[in-house]
Structures are given as structure tokens and as C-alpha cells.
Design a binder for this molecule. Sequence first.
Ligand SMILES: CCCCCCCCCC/C=C/CC(=O)SCCNC(=O)CCNC(=O)[C@H](O)C(C)(C)COP(=O)(O)OP(=O)(O)OC[C@H]1O[C@@H](n2cnc3c(N)ncnc32)[C@H](O)[C@@H]1OP(=O)(O)O
Length: 362
Amino acid sequence: VGGPAMRASQEDFANAMSQVKLLKKDPGNEVKLKLYALYKQATEGPCNVPKPGVLDFVVKAKWDAWNALGGLSKEAARRSYVDLVSSLSASSSGRATPAADGKRADSDHVLVTSEDGITAITLNRPTKKNALNTQMYHDIMLALKAAGKDSSTITVLTGSGDYYCSGNDLSNFKDVPSGRPEESAQRSAVLLRDFVDCFIDFPKPLIAVVNGPAIGISVTLLGLFDAVYATDRATFHTPFSHLGQSPEGCSSYVFPKMMGPSKAAEMLIFGKKLTAQEAFAQGLVTEVFPDSTFQKEVWARLKAYAKLPPNSVRISKQLLRSQEKERLHAVNAEESRALQERWVSAECHDAIAAFLSRKAKL
Ligand SMILES: CCCCCCCCCC/C=C/CC(=O)SCCNC(=O)CCNC(=O)[C@H](O)C(C)(C)COP(=O)(O)OP(=O)(O)OC[C@H]1O[C@@H](n2cnc3c(N)ncnc32)[C@H](O)[C@@H]1OP(=O)(O)O
């Protein structure tokens, strides 16, 4: 992952600034705003200019992006800038190229294919049960941004191998430089918030094809999908308290609304693992299929859905979701802030150290 938790020197930062100018592909306005904000934060610190008028659209968008970084330290902003440019360079050099229709484009652990009106994003790290390392968070964000704009009707997230996803890669916490845990936590909170924002803002139907057990953030995000199809072999597990952490993916808001506060508490506070049928009963899963026919049945259904008129489908999705968007962004910000604190706690460090030293398995 290119040493995500290491410090970014002034030289790395200067190199990244030069690299940006060499990008072969325009990264789009959203990414440019992010780069602008991180650059300002890295060089000047927190936003220090008055809020512009609402009609000054471009200046206001830039101000909003910078202001959203809050008290992120200069060093953390520099590191995030370097990481972002490095993921854009990888993408621009073809390593994580978003799929063009009918073609296939791969990054190391995130595969993107696009055909028959379906863009499929596949988590492809089966030896680690598709645990999400830092590069994968960036690759998924890029893949979602591209899928949101391509000509496909629907977008699918699935996993390869026997797991859907085992959640955050707990080794992400391994390389935190000693004496700098607060900075790493701050950068991780920015990454998490950006990542979840991509799901909140996704403009067309997003469908999860849950091919096996799901853990942690891969479960909480399901509340932001438009349909969730699961094999009967899947389980749904959010062991946040066991890891000294707290919920993300807007689940602290969406799950109680979906399943009622006490069922949500069993999952999110007490880490109760649900079977696929139980998750269906709670409304987290749309439909459960026998494992033997899962892939065949689900993809046949998705191909039929993908034949629907794309604009109509997109507009309907946006209507269904638009009322909640602002609220979801606020929840995401709050959950990311809470986790930033959790990640520097002894409870969290002890739990992760236990997993990494193989004393504990969930
Ligand atoms: C500075 C910090 C940067 C962080 C930036 C991220 C910001 C966003 C964070 C969002 C927060 C999300 C919270 C969560 O997702 S919490 C959930 C975390 N997941 C877990 O706790 C699962 C841990 N894994 C297990 O309990 C078990 O591995 C398993 C999944 C139940 C499977 O058990 P099984 O016996 O079948 O198989 P193995 O244990 O032998 O697994 C095979 C190898 O895969 C490795 N593995 C699996 N899951 C993870 C994981 N989540 N993190 C790291 N590694 C994982 C496992 O170690 C084996 O590796 P090995 O073969 O090398 O030993």
C-alpha cells in the first residue's frame, strides 16, 4: 500500500505536486476539489478565510472542501495528498483503470468489469478473506466514481472466493509510526468519511451480491445499498465492541431505522452474528438464495434489471434516497469522528494486537 501510515516528507509532497500535473486523465471535479483542499490544509492549515457567498459557486465549492477537513494536521493532509496522487497515478497508468464498457480493468485487489449494463466491482483478495487494505479503499472509491458516470444501468459489489469481505484489514493499524497515532487516526477518519460518502452519493442502483460471510464495514455499508442478495452461506457480523471500536457506514442511524433499536443494538453493540435468514428477517438482506444456485439466479435477475431504461432507474433511485442524504452525511461525519478517538484508545490497540498476534479470532 506504499507505506500508508508512514510520514510524507516535503520531498514526497513536492513530487506528488509535480505528478498531479502529469496525470494523463482528468480526475474530475470532485477529486480536484479534494486535492485543492488537501493542498491548502497541508500548506496553510485549517481553513482560515471567510465563507464566500452562495452564488460564488466555484469559490464556495473550494471553501467547502477545505473547511470540511476541519482540524486535520498539516502532516496528515500532506500524507493524504501524497496517497491520493499515488492512487490517481496508478489509475492513470492503467493499474486501476475504471472499466470501459465491455472491457475489464484491474487494480491489485479490486477488479472492475462492465458488460450487459452492469458494472461489477469485485473484491479480489481471497487469501485474506477480502479484508480491505488502504489501497483497496482508494481503488473502490475510484471504481465507484467511474461507475457512477459510465453507461451501465446498475453497479454491483461482490467478493471473490469464499468470503464477501472480512472488513477493515486489521494490519492497516500495524505500520502506525510510534509517537504519531493521533495523526494516523485523523487521516484514517478522513479516508473513512470520504469512502462512506461515495456510497451515500452513489447516483444509480447499487447492489450487493453477498457471496459469503461479511464482517465489519462490509456489513454496515449494506444499509446504503439498494438491494442485497445473499447466499444462504453468508453471515453478517459487526464485532465493533470486541475490537474496541464503534459503528460506521451510517449504521448507527440506518440499522435502528431498518430493524428497530434493540435488534440494531444486538448487532452493533453486542456483536451478534446473524445468519442470512436472520439478516433477511431484519430487512438488511433483500433475498436469500441457496448457495448451489446463488450465482446463476442472482446474475440472471441482475441482467434483467440492467435492461430497464437507465435514466428512469437512476432518477427513481435518487428520489428514493434524496430525502436522507444530508442526514446520512452528518451521521457519517459523527461516526468517523468517534472512530478517530477509538483508534487511539487502549481498548482498540489491545484488541487489534491480540488479533495480529493470533491470540484472538472472532
Ligand atoms: C491507521 C489505520 C488505517 C485504517 C484505515 C481504514 C479506515 C476505515 C476503517 C473502517 C473500520 C472498519 C471496522 C471493521 O471492519 S471491524 C471488522 C474487522 N475484521 C475482523 O475483525 C475480522 C478478523 N478476521 C477474522 O476474525 C478471521 O480471519 C475470519 C475472517 C473469521 C476468517 O477466519 P478463518 O479461520 O476462516 O481464516 P484465517 O483467519 O486463517 O484468515 C485467512 C487469512 O486472512 C487474514 N485476515 C482475515 N481477515 C482479516 C482482517 N480483517 N484483517 C487482516 N487480516 C485478515 C488472516 O489473518 C489470515 O492471514 P494469514 O493467512 O496471513 O494468517
